[in-house]
Write a protein that binds this ligand. Structure first.
Ligand code: NAP
Ligand code: ZN
Ligand code: ZN
Length: 361
């Protein structure tokens, strides 16, 4: 017999869930497992709103199940730890990102790349080892295996630090893996949203020269003066794009919707790399000739492993990198989603879960 979400587990939890492909979120009572030997339980204080939450709430990728409690930029304070937990104690500031499980025995897992494990378990909308549904951070409490819990350094604010758990690692990892982290390199960041604005900050901290490529001319001043970008191209301005042909060593493309990549390939130097991290719901058109002419590479990247995620958070703390956020109460979440769909956020919504979500316990 299938048990209802309220009684699957002993811990009462409450959150906000999407019920169907409208993506509209509303209050939802469910349950979390008791703290297992290797589990860390924490009170959720803040949760960032990633564009993936919006894609998932609306079933853009055809893999959503309902009710769906989104949220994978989750931070809070530990309230309970299992008997075998070694790295955390009650009162610690912690976070959970996009994944909560993996096989721990495949090649990727052995290389600290749980994010590429074929059995990786997503933080929400997936099936946990015990067959129950995983629920994300738009909720009052979280229980996770300590392996997937990140330590939040003392000097990192919890609210502006939360988006690092997904947006941060998603851009940090490809900058490193594709060798786009060398001082003096020229790197483009396409789409100045949640991922894009932290990409600018990480790349600058690595000593890279950053060009923002955006559809929003009104983001130019802020990108240059506040985020520290070195130049700004409006992607629809043919003259600007033409003038910058062949200037970039690499590009991190964070765009959430279908868009032309031919102009981006043109911006690359020979051997340049176009790295896709945005996840549009439909395939993009890949023009081959411009790749051949210049031995250019198109690649992809998906979040990062747990070891690298901790490394990224520690790097952010050291370099004072946080997200620029708009903190909202949970009952603003549907309006926030509408605004996110229109790229109307500077640059990440973070839900003040601790103060605005009425707890069930
Ligand atoms: P976001 O805050 O909405 O930012 C996306 C930005 O893309 C927008 O701010 C906008 O920037 C630009 N954009 C939007 N629509 C566009 C269009 N039609 N054409 C051109 N540019 C457009 O979203 P996010 O949270 O950063 O996430 C971005 C994408 O990455 C999403 O698809 C998300 O699912 C995906 N993602 C992937 C991973 C991974 O592991 N690979 C992890 C997290 C998220 P401008 O105003 O500057 O043009
Ligand atoms: Zn995300
Ligand atoms: Zn594995």
């Amino acid at each position: 017999m299938v048990k209802s979400p309220e009684v699957e587990h002993p811990k009462k939890a409450t959150g906000w869930a999407a019920r169907d492909t409208s993506g509209l979120l509303s209050p939802f009572n469910f349950s979390r497992r008791a703290t297992g030997e290797k589990d860390v339980t924490f009170k959720v204080l803040y949760c960032g709103i990633c564009h993936s939450d919006l894609h998932m709430a609306k079933n853009d990728w055809g893999m959503s199940t309902y009710p769906l409690v989104p949220g994978h930029e989750i931070v809070g304070v530990v309230t309970e730890v299992g008997s075998e937990v070694q790295r955390f104690k009650v009162g610690d500031k912690v976070g959970v990102g996009c994944m909560v499980g993996a096989c721990h025995s495949c090649n990727n897992c052995a290389n600290d790349l749980e994010n590429y494990c074929p059995k990786m378990i997503l933080t929400y909308g997936a099936k946990y080892y015990d067959g129950t549904t995983t629920y994300g951070g738009y909720s009052d409490i979280m229980v996770a295996d300590e392996h997937f819990v990140v330590r939040i350094p003392e000097n990192l604010p919890l609210d502006a630090g939360a988006p690092l758990l997904c947006a941060g690692i998603t851009v940090y990892s490809p900058l490193k893996f594709y060798g786009l982290d060398k001082p003096g390199m020229q790197v483009g960041v396409v789409g100045l949203g949640g991922l894009g604005h932290v990409a600018v900050k990480f790349a600058k901290a690595m000593g890279v020269k950053v060009t923002v490529i955006s559809t929003s001319p009104n983001k130019k001043k802020e990108a240059l003066e506040h985020l520290g970008a070195d130049s700004f191209l409006v992607s629809k301005d043919q003259d600007q794009i033409q003038a910058a042909q062949g200037t970039l060593d690499g590009i991190i493309d964070t765009v959430s919707a279908v868009h032309p990549i031919l102009p981006l390939i043109g911006l690359l130097k020979s051997h340049g790399k176009l790295v896709m991290v945005g996840a549009p719901e439909k395939p993009l058109e890949l023009p081959v000739f411009p790749l051949l002419m210049g031995r250019k590479i198109v690649g992809g990247s998906c979040i990062g492993g747990m070891k690298e995620t901790q490394e990224m958070v520690d790097f952010a703390a050291k370099h004072n990198i946080t997200a620029d956020i708009e903190v909202i109460p949970i009952d603003y979440v549907n309006t926030a989603m509408e605004r996110l769909a229109k790229a109307d956020v500077r640059y990440r919504f973070v839900i003040d879960v601790g103060n605005s979500l009425k707890s069930s316990s």
